[in-house]
Design a protein around this ligand. Sequence first.
Ligand SMILES: [Zn+2]
Length: 95
Amino acid sequence: MNKAVTFARQLGVPVIGIIENMSGFICPKCGTEVNIFKIGGGQKIAEKFAVPFLGRIPIDPEICSYSDNGIPFITGRPNSAATKTFMEIVKKIET
Ligand SMILES: [Zn+2]
């Protein structure tokens, strides 16, 4: 993500914020969040480059299966944690 921000700035592309992707896995059986990968990296980079931190999208294997079938995940799974986070990020970008 460091490289992506630096590259965007070199090209003059505005960086509207940082999204931490694949951030935590929410167990479909009990709802417990498990941090498979290191979390908090997005927040640190946002602070370093002084850009807004927009949110953390959890890992959801269904994002892949919906995409593969040509169905937007947010319409297929409107009540999932990933969709809720995604929509919160959209609101932040729109305002
Ligand atoms: Zn569980």
